[in-house]
Design a binder for this molecule. Sequence first.
Ligand code: GFB
Length: 318
Amino acid sequence: MSRSERVYVAGHRGLVGSAVVRQFRSAGYTNLITKPRSELDLSDQASVRAFFEDERPEIVILAAAKVGGILANDTYKADFIFENLAIATNVIHAAHECAVQKLVNLGSSCIYPKHAPQPIKEEHLLTGPLEPTNEPYAIAKIAALKLCRYYHEQYGDNFVSAMPTNLYGPGDNFDLVTSHVLAGLIRKIHEATINGGPVELWGDGTPLREFLHVDDLAAAILFIVEEIEAGSLSARVPDLFVNVGTASEISIRDLAKLIGRIEGYTGEFTWDSSKPNGTPRKLMDSSVIHQLGWSHRVSLEVGIRTTYEWFLANHDAV
Ligand code: GFB
């Protein structure tokens, strides 16, 4: 089936954006619009507005963001809040001004309170203090989802948001300092398998995390574009967003063991308690999107294996 709408994927070189491009192409979308950062600075309002007026996208996937793991979030706090607020306000406002028919805004499970009830439902947003290590990023992502909600309420815009749990997959950032845990561990354990252990990990290994393969998220985004309208979602979730997760969690300690088994690492793990644990647990309740018809397909073990294969094939470049 040919799908000819003009779809702008903001952030098409990132983990999420590149998966969205693959997903939409294979679903038959023939009119994808992308623009590298060197040609369009999404934190510049006038440039974003001019781009939207030239290109006139009909569908927008807002996957552009400054992202990183716990240490990057904790270190570059001003950059995380400023860049993410600027990108969100510029893109969402330009989409409104240019009468975009559908916008899907990407957030993160870190929008929820540090001690939210588990599993976390959409209604738990803004019911308690945030996790300090990623408060700047979370505030920007909360502002973005509220922008979408209020553009819908005031103007009727069909703008909705998706809140994925911790992501991983091909094209991830494997930097040892700025990466998220799963990609960071793939690399640390790979290097220790070659050079010898131990592998030094951060915190104490007790935090629980839920992991979603980015191709599953891209399928969820396609599903939201085609099946979920702001008007009908508002009765269930007034803030117009859906959790996107797998409903299963694993401790960081067990994740390290699993990646070690997949990579053939037989050495020790040590824990650096001077590094933060972050939030103790953030399992999301994804029953809203499950009931609407999406669910994940890639198991954690298969996802880690294929991501490790991608890393082996590309690690000189990452
Ligand atoms: O994925 P991650 O960096 O971020 O870390 P969050 C998850 C957990 O893994 C923390 C531990 O408890 C870390 O202390 N960890 C152990 C490691 N070893 C490592 C390592 O080598 N690298 C990394 N990165 N972690 C992020 C937020 O929180 O979640 C973002 O900072 C975003 O804003 C993302 O929301 C989804 O899961 O704690």
